[in-house]
Ligand binder design. Structure first.
Ligand SMILES: NC(=O)C1=CN([C@@H]2O[C@H](COP(=O)(O)OP(=O)(O)OC[C@H]3O[C@@H](n4cnc5c(N)ncnc54)[C@H](OP(=O)(O)O)[C@@H]3O)[C@@H](O)[C@H]2O)C=CC1
Ligand SMILES: Nc1nc(=O)c2c([nH]1)NC[C@@H]1CN(c3ccc(C(=O)N[C@@H](CCC(=O)O)C(=O)O)cc3)C=[N+]21
Length: 299
């Protein structure tokens, strides 16, 4: 039976460290770190994440601002808000919740964020730094960065000799995850919807990361015995057993069967999700340290 990787507890450790770093920064006379979260529209799932981000930011001792804009906000109006946040010295981190409504070009919005405030790590500058191994100064996307911390807890920082398979090639999760695993010396394969014989490929993985968005797609017999399985998926599905109209969260991995084969596995909820929020705080405090001319803390 696999060891269950407790993302909630590792995330709590990260948040405590951010809290201590914030106190130290403020103790030196600097302003507290500022995090601005911008949400456009009323997607209820997004609202839940945004609320949780604001709560954790306050817990860390941050100055936390939230802009909730109507779904019909124009691209120009959103660009203006980002320009103002870029210019505001009280703001160290800017997060624009994705996806944005269809009439807004999200690429344009992301590239408008000042790279030194891009705590999501989606700007070309930060993507390029990650791709070229400039990890000391890059902002790394929060979900892959958090997944990597969980993997390090299980297998150490140097993953030389291990085969990693990442299922999913999004710019937010799959690609940056693959780059981080490569930087840690894994032999990395990225799989996607056109991959042939995914089960056989998955069985080669010492580290298997699922970031697909398909509930319980990765089956128990896809998992190499002893593998480390990281389930990034967050899928809300109907749960009639809990009562009519009830739902529950499941990952992209069929947890019960995969846990029988895996050496270690992250649960959903309580795995990668809490780490994403913790790493957003870590990136924001790092940005504040850099803005104050201090050495960037590492996690
Ligand atoms: N825990 C957290 O904090 C976060 C969780 N998530 C969750 O992670 C999951 C992935 O998110 P995201 O990367 O944004 O999703 P995207 O939809 O952007 O990407 C999904 C990827 O999965 C691939 N894919 C789809 N179907 C299959 C299939 N049948 N076989 C193999 N590959 C397939 C797609 O391939 P192709 O490119 O060929 O279409 C694509 O590359 C979602 O469940 C999301 O909710 C996301 C962000 C944060
Ligand atoms: N610009 C941008 N940056 C993001 O990082 C971003 C985004 N847009 N859009 C949406 C996705 C999704 N995401 C999650 C964060 C935390 C949990 C999380 O904490 N999940 C809890 C459960 C939460 C619940 O119960 O609903 C858990 O897995 O334990 C999940 C998902 C960040 N995202």
């Amino acid at each position: 039976m696999a060891e269950v990787i407790d993302g909630k507890s590792v995330a709590e450790d990260v948040v405590q460290k951010v809290k201590a770093l914030t106190a130290e920064l403020v103790g030196k006379g600097a302003e507290k770190p500022g995090l601005a979260v911008v949400i456009v529209g009323e997607d209820p799932a997004s609202q839940v994440y945004v609320a949780s981000k604001s709560r954790t930011a306050k817990e860390c001792g941050f100055h936390s601002l939230q802009h909730t804009l109507p779904a019909d906000t124009s691209e120009q109006a959103l660009l203006k808000i980002i320009g103002d946040l870029n210019a505001d010295p009280a703001v160290n981190g800017i997060l624009v919740q994705l996806p944005l409504p269809g009439h807004i070009d999200s690429g344009k919005i992301i590239q408008a964020i000042a790279p030194e405030k891009d705590v999501d790590g989606f700007h070309f500058i930060n993507v390029g730094k990650l791709g070229t191994g400039e990890l000391e100064t890059a902002f790394v996307p929060c979900t892959p960065a958090g997944s990597m911390l969980l993997i390090e807890r299980m297998r150490g920082k140097d993953l030389s000799g291990l085969n990693a398979v990442v299922v999913g090639r999004s710019n937010i999760v799959g690609k940056p995850m693959a780059n981080l695993l490569l930087a840690a010396n894994c032999t990395v394969t990225i799989a996607h919807s056109r991959t042939r014989d995914l089960p056989a490929l998955a069985r080669t993985a010492d580290i298997l990361v699922a970031a697909v968005g398909r509930p319980e797609m990765v089956k128990g017999d896809w998992v190499k015995p002893g593998a480390t399985v990281v389930d990034v998926g967050i899928n809300r599905i109907a749960a009639p057993e809990k009562g009519e109209g009830k739902t529950r969260l499941v990952g992209d991995v069929a947890y019960a069967e995969a846990a029988k084969a895996a050496g270690a596995i992250t649960p959903v909820p309580g795995g990668v999700g809490p780490m994403t929020i913790a790493m957003l705080m870590a990136n924001t405090v790092a940005s504040a340290y850099l803005a104050a001319g201090m050495k960037r803390p590492s996690f």
